[in-house]
Design a protein around this ligand. Structure first.
Ligand code: LIP
Length: 282
């Protein structure tokens, strides 16, 4: 693809850093909390305001008509979540909203860019840590200009695995999530972790801090940028049943290698979640 999207990539980094500064500033004042799909699926005025800042900056730079936008908060208001062949920005303005509300120090701005349904680049700014992760297809993954690589661990018993419990609190799903976590913990692995933000979790895979992260229930905007960063750091992505990665499926396993990935898949108890691109009741 050459340098066709280099300007967009560089600009996405600038916009992510600006959005992160807005989040830090907002965190110093009263945060007004609202809810979406459940009482624990939180959203704040900051999520909505920062998404408007990001999309506004991108529209100003690249025009209103040609580029499309999939943003978490726009989707929450009922906009269709359909990935077409058009240049498309996939945005989570505040990944880790619950962390943001509680002052738990992992909150990320996640911006990805796809053309012809192929992810071209991803940018994740962990704004409370002030760490800028980025990757462009075929050009490596970086954290603050230092190239990053996944772990070389192949023995699951020497791994740390990340999973999250998400926002669904139905007993059926919670029991499957925790039964899966129990089986993985008792392999045994060195540890189970979760930062509370999928984007940050994927950066932890990409830096080799952990060997894998999987989750059922995330959305395309949580993982699109992280997918590029993990792949460009030498990792791999797949569906939680081992089939090919499907950005809109709301299921994802990212790992440092296939040995670790296949061992985890054996333990995952899968439950249904509607796809991001299925018609949803508003
Ligand atoms: C979060 C995801 C995380 C998931 C949380 C939440 P948000 O995204 O990044 O993986 O477990 O439930 O969905 O809502 O903070 O942007």
């Amino acid at each position: 693809m050459g340098d066709e999207w280099q300007e967009a990539y560089d600009y996405a980094v600038q916009v992510a850093r600006k959005a992160g500064a807005e989040i830090r500033k907002a965190g110093e004042s009263e945060i007004r909390v609202m809810t979406k799909s459940s009482t624990v699926d939180l959203v704040t005025k900051t999520d909505e305001r920062v998404e408007k800042i990001i999309i506004g900056a991108l529209k100003e730079k690249f025009g209103e008509g040609t580029h499309h936008f999939i943003g978490e908060e726009s989707m929450a208001k009922g906009e269709p979540c359909i990935l077409t062949n058009d240049p498309t920005w996939i945005i989570d303005p505040v990944d880790g909203t619950t962390n943001f509300v509680h002052g738990f120090p992992f909150v990320a701005v996640s911006i990805a860019f796809a053309v012809n349904k192929e992810l071209e680049f991803g940018v994740i700014y962990s704004c409370l840590e002030d760490k800028m992760y980025k990757a462009r297809k075929g050009m490596g993954a970086f954290c603050d200009e230092e190239q990053i690589y996944v772990s070389d661990v192949k023995d699951i018993k020497k791994s740390i695995i990340i999973s999250e419990h998400g926002t669904d609190r139905s007993r059926e799903k919670v029991s499957k999530i925790f039964s899966t976590m129990q089986k993985i913990l008792c392999i045994p692995v060195h540890g189970l972790r979760g930062s509370g933000t999928a984007a940050t979790n994927m950066c932890l895979v990409a830096t080799g801090a952990v060997e894998a992260f999987f989750e059922i229930g995330i959305h395309c905007w949580d993982i699109a940028a992280g997918a590029v960063i993990v792949k460009e750091a030498g990792g791999l992505l797949m569906d939680v049943d081992g089939k090919p990665f499907d950005l809109m499926s709301r299921r994802m396993l990212s790992a440092n290698n296939d040995i670790i990935a296949q061992r985890i898949i054996k333990e995952i108890e899968i439950f249904h979640v509607p796809r991001d691109d299925e018609r949803q009741e508003i």
